[in-house]
Design a protein around this ligand. Structure first.
Ligand code: SF4
Length: 696
């Protein structure tokens, strides 16, 4: 048993090849890496998966990991990090998918901090976990079924409170653009085929334990009340969308969409969100009316309620009821959020129309049941791009091309979504195979021009199979630098959660200056200034916090909270929330700086894995490069002009110089130095990289 609160104290290891099931001590092996999330994931990958291993090799590991805060009741702790070699990336480097829902908490309730899966089963199996009782069970009756059915069957066996992480047919068929899904709407993108390659259909978990919290009850309640007092809406928007009696500011882009007269219109009877004064912590879950944010005003009418992950006060998932979608053979009820509605991106339906909602519902059911991933919408944009360029006509046989219902595509008919998803998930024909391979392999397979694609402002392809995600549009160089680091799994929102707070620039600058040393760290979105050392600090800090959030876990769609909605605090949030929660839960008292140091260790281990996996220390040249579209404005605007995100090449080179210096990485190669790794407690990592000639 752990002597600390928070952790269950044990990591489960399941070898599907030998059938051996063992346990190891979380604290002894992984505490230096926060004993959770990507911290455990990267450590296992470093220690156990040698360079040259491929994603679908039995030697590859897939690690499902929660962390000390999971299941504690801390706000927004319901995240599971799933780490493995990333099948989509041509070099198949390490990557992590993150799923919300209730799986992390249930894993903890069953007495486990993480599950390491290795080897390959001889036949389809699923892993059943009921507290200490862990079994590898036959899954032949589940194989070939979608995620919905699989989840239902396992819940029928384990009980309705069980949580299931499963793959659909896409993962079984080794489609690289496949995901792992829990709760039928929370997905970890990109890794479904790794489970498929191991013949692992699902993991079902049911727990009966509780999580120990080191702090006393009153202290714990006080801390949670304090944190809730600083919460904004989804993505930490701290101002409302429309003027409110309580609000000094508003911003029409805000996700704080609640207001007097705004309803969950499909609830019976409809529920009014009200104005949601930030001092009322009981109305936090009404603030983010995501039906309106994701679909426009029409979304209000079809929203039943908001839903979300374990212990999250924000509730950013929308429960929709769109009865007219049922004529396509799916339920009109559907739950998801943001890019989770990506199936509608297979068509080009207009926002704020019933056609768009129908496409979203049909697309959600198809993709979430088959277990398809969109790579932040890139699969849909690739489809439109290649269609408009006439590529499909030139690469596919006439018979195959004519078999695709393009008439339905052009009419925005959801039947096309159904056809498209089936082709990709079942690898039907050249079209189905290639679209499921991801853009890098598709470029090679069909001999497309990578330079032309790199310039395209619609695809916004960044590099290494990855589209941009909160890049130059969020803080200019800061967003671009962050995008160079996670260019196979982008989910860093630390910077955008602050830069998109909705507060006036002067307030954001003042708040930013307190952390990064100067107001010059902060630019208005869409109006950035030349690079400076404070922006490099900001980028580093954002990346470290991302790793902390993925290891504690806390939702990186909300944290960190530099800003708050409270005028009386000068809109200041509190960046020590993570350290306060960690200390209160575990009893291992850590300051903000001490916790950040662990985050930096985890982040540097990710970098070391990238270097080892690529077999080169030349990160600046071979990995951290920028796409061409970033240097061209479609309207001919120049860098640093107001109203453009176009970047300047020399300025971005300077940005890399300053960023590497901030991290203690070598300027020429972009690789961490021996001294930096040793200072971070990664002596063995430095020694191995040194022995391989991979240190600068
Ligand atoms: S903000 Fe959304 S994604 Fe994050 S924990 Fe809450 S419900 Fe889940």
């Amino acid at each position: 048993m752990a002597t600390y609160g928070g952790w269950a104290g044990k990591v489960l290891r399941v070898d599907l090849g030998t059938g051996k099931i063992t346990a190891e001590n979380t604290i002894e092996k992984y505490k230096d890496f926060l004993g959770g999330g990507t911290g455990i994931g990267y450590k296992v990958m470093w220690d156990e998966v040698p360079a040259g291993t491929k994603a679908w090799d039995p030697e590859n590991r897939i690690i499902f990991s929660c962390g000390p805060l999971a299941g504690t009741g801390a706000p927004a702790n319901g995240r599971t990090a799933i780490t493995s070699l990333w099948p989509l990336h041509k070099k198949e480097l390490v990557g992590t998918g993150h799923m919300g829902g209730h799986f992390a908490a249930e894993l903890k309730f069953a007495g486990w901090d993480a599950i390491i899966v290795q080897g390959k089963a001889a036949r389809p199996v699923w892993i059943s976990i009921e507290d200490e009782k862990v079994e590898i069970k036959d899954a032949s009756h589940l194989w070939g079924n979608g995620i919905y059915r699989t989840t239902a069957e396992i819940c029928a066996e384990l009980g309705s409170s069980a949580q299931v992480a499963a793959i659909g047919q896409a993962g079984e068929n080794l489609v690289r653009m496949s995901n792992i899904m829990t709760g039928n709407s929370h997905s970890a993108g990109g890794l479904g085929s790794v489970m498929g390659s191991k013949n692992l259909k699902a993991i079902g978990v049911k727990g009966s334990k509780s999580v120990k919290i080191a702090a006393d009850k009153n202290e714990w309640k006080k801390l949670n009340d304090y944190i809730l007092s600083l919460a904004g809406a989804n993505n930490q928007w701290v101002v409302p969308k429309t003027p409110q009696p309580w609000a000094e500011y508003s911003d029409k882009g805000s996700r704080w969409t609640a207001s007097k007269g705004v309803y969950w219109g499909a609830a019976d009877p409809p529920v009014e969100t009200g104005t949601c004064d930030p001092h009322d912590k009981h109305s936090i879950a009404y603030r983010t009316h995501k039906g309106i944010f994701d679909f426009g005003d029409i979304g209000e009418k079809y929203t039943v309620r908001m839903d979300g992950c374990h212990s999250c006060p924000i509730r950013c998932h929308i429960v929709l009821n769109v009865p007219s979608a049922e004529r396509y053979g799916v339920s009109g009820y559907a739950t998801n959020t943001c890019i989770g509605w990506w199936g509608r991106g297979i068509l080009k339906t207009k926002r704020n129309t019933i056609e768009d909602l129908e496409a979203a519902v049909v697309g959600k059911h198809m993709t979430d049941d088959l277990g398809l991933w969109c790579n932040y919408g890139l699969i849909g944009r690739t489809l439109h791009y290649l269609y408009e360029k006439g590529v499909f006509k030139s690469v596919l046989s006439e018979t195959e091309y004519n078999s695709i219902p393009w008439d339905k595509y052009l009419k925005n008919d959801p039947e096309f979504i159904i056809d498209f998803c089936r082709r990709v998930a079942f690898k039907k024909g050249e079209f189905g195979i290639a679209m499921g391979e991801g853009i890098d392999r598709l470029i090679e397979r069909w001999k497309l021009d990578p330079e032309e694609i790199s310039k395209d402002h619609y695809l916004v392809y960044f590099s290494n199979g990855f589209p941009k995600h909160h890049a130059s549009e969020n803080g200019g160089q800061v967003g671009m630098l962050i995008n160079t680091q996670y260019n196979r799994d982008s989910q860093c929102h630390s910077h955008s959660n602050f830069l998109s707070s909705g507060l006036p620039l002067e307030i954001n600058k003042k708040l930013g200056a307190e952390i990064f040393g100067s107001p010059d760290a902060i630019d208005a979105n869409g109006n950035y200034t030349p690079m400076n050392p404070y922006k490099a600090k900001f980028a580093k800090w954002a990346l470290i916090r991302k790793e902390l959030h993925d290891s504690l876990p806390l939702c990186n769609w909300m944290f960190p909270w530099i800003a708050s909605p409270l005028k009386e605090r000068g809109y200041k949030g509190d960046t020590s929330i993570e350290a306060q929660l960690y200390s209160a839960v575990t009893g291992d008292k850590k300051t903000e700086a001490e916790l950040d140091l662990i985050g930096e260790r985890i982040f540097n281990l990710h970098r070391a894995l990238t270097i080892r996996g690529m077999g080169t220390k030349e990160m600046r040249k071979e990995h951290d490069y920028f796409p061409e579209w970033a240097f061209h404005d479609e309207n001919g605007k120049k860098p640093f002009e107001p109203g453009t995100n176009v970047m300047d090449r020399d300025d971005m080179e300077k940005a890399l110089d300053l960023f590497y210096a901030e991290l203690g990485w070598d300027k020429d190669t972009g690789a961490p130095t021996k001294e930096t790794l040793e200072k971070l407690g990664l002596k063995e990592v430095a020694a191995e990289l040194g022995a391989k000639g991979l240190l600068p």
